[in-house]
Design a protein around this ligand. Structure first.
Ligand code: TYD
Length: 218
């Protein structure tokens, strides 16, 4: 599929997203990167999706605690609503202020491509089309995808022993589709998509992430 022309990357190279299936280690790596950036005198804003804003957190609850089956389209638009609110209210004002302001997003458009586009079979074109106008056409400068197997994901979730949310209750097949979806989404967005083996030691993964961050021009 062709990229839509309207996708834009922030000029300051300071919008970063993390992606992966449950248990891939996003939270750990986001914290490590935040600590690194704090020490290097950057200002860091970490936001999660869905959520991040007051309104977004209400949407998050509505989706993740839903006891009714949502239509895949409803899912896609709800995630996009949360994203639009997060961009206009917090992320975009923050990153436009200074090159030293770095916004780290825990999930972004690649989640919608993998979860709704692939695993829910909506099609990636529909997801791309939802994102063709401002502010949703703003894409991260770099996306770190922490790649783990479905087996590792299942094991890590069992070890956590937490109550399962709306998506975590899905069957194995769904998670297999997600992995395929993430791999296939690599070239759908015109930004740097960095796939990292999420089974590596966490300090090794952190080193790769820092290296890639430092390679972004600013
Ligand atoms: P969360 O508890 O934040 O998951 P994790 O800790 O693994 O990031 O829940 C977010 C869930 O929402 C997760 O299962 C992925 C899903 N999701 C989508 O299906 N589409 C999206 O666009 C986004 C942002 C998240």
């Amino acid at each position: 599929m062709e990229f839509i022309n309207s996708f834009k990357q922030p000029e300051n190279n300071n919008l970063i997203s993390f992606e992966g299936i449950d248990g891939c280690g996003k939270s750990t790596q986001i914290e490590l990167l935040k600590n690194y950036l704090d020490k290097n005198h950057y200002n860091v804003l970490c936001l999660r999706e869905p959520g991040g804003t007051k309104f977004g957190e209400k949407l998050r609850q509505a989706i993740l605690e839903s006891t009714e089956k949502l239509s895949p389209s409803a899912e896609a638009f709800l995630f996009a609503s949360s994203r639009a609110q997060l961009l206009e209210e917090l992320a975009l004002p923050f990153i436009s202020k200074s090159k030293r302001n770095i916004c780290i997003l825990d999930r972004y458009i690649h989640s919608s491509l993998a979860y709704q586009g692939f695993a829910r079979s909506l099609g990636t074109e529909k997801i791309i089309n939802i994102h063709n106008t401002y502010p949703l056409n703003v894409i991260p400068n770099i996306t770190f995808y922490l790649d783990i197997t479905v087996e590792t994901s299942t094991k890590r979730q069992e070890n956590r022993n937490q109550k399962k949310d709306y998506f975590e209750k899905e069957k194995l097949k769904f998670f297999e589709k997600l992995v395929d979806g993430y791999n296939a989404s690599e070239n759908l967005i015109p930004n740097k998509f960095k796939k990292i083996n999420g089974e590596l030691d966490k300090s090794e993964i952190h080193k790769i992430i820092v290296q890639d961050f430092e390679n972004l021009k600013r």
